[in-house]
Design a protein around this ligand. Structure first.
Ligand code: HEC
Length: 131
């Protein structure tokens, strides 16, 4: 047998294509961080980055980190609540972070509105979890 059979070639081709998917980004983008990771990195505690930024004390490096983490939010599924509503809220939060990074006027007000902990937790955060 000089050449591999058609079946063998198909198998090889399929394996090669599957291996390419993560590299070429054909699949739906995967979130880099979970929602919990974003909360811990940006929102949790008195020294939280989100708090500093909300006070108007954010630096360009802070905004960059904010955008990096918030980019994962709309790519995650919420543990509860309506997935479409979640996407809207998470996308608004990300958009306000991008506006901050771009230095757009009014960006801080957008951010303060979008980062409302209670408004989001009441719909999307399971009740039995700690604040
Ligand atoms: C866009 C929606 C949204 C906003 C705004 C938001 N959160 Fe959350 N947060 C969530 C969701 C959803 C969870 C639950 C994640 C899970 O259980 O997987 C969560 C969980 C948390 C947790 C628990 C993390 C853990 O490890 O279990 C903390 C702490 C937290 N949020 C703090 C805050 C604070 C403080 C704010 C406001 C400054 C805030 N969040 C704003 C959606 C949001």
């Amino acid at each position: 047998m000089k050449h591999p059979s058609i079946a063998v070639r198909i198998v090889i081709g399929t394996v090669a294509a599957a291996a390419l998917v993560p590299m070429t980004g054909w699949a739906a983008p995967k979130p880099k961080y979970t929602i919990k990771e974003v909360m811990k990195a940006i929102h949790k505690g008195d020294e939280a980055l989100g708090k500093k930024i909300g006070k108007g004390e954010g630096t360009p490096a802070d905004f960059k980190k904010l955008v990096e983490y918030y980019t994962s939010l709309p790519l995650n599924e919420p543990p509860q609540g309506d997935a479409t509503e979640w996407k809207k809220k998470a996308t608004a939060l990300l958009a306000s972070a991008k506006a901050l990074e771009a230095g757009k006027p009014g960006a801080l007000d957008l951010y303060r509105e979008a980062v409302n902990c209670k408004a989001c937790h009441s719909d999307f955060k399971p009740k039995d979890e700690h604040k």
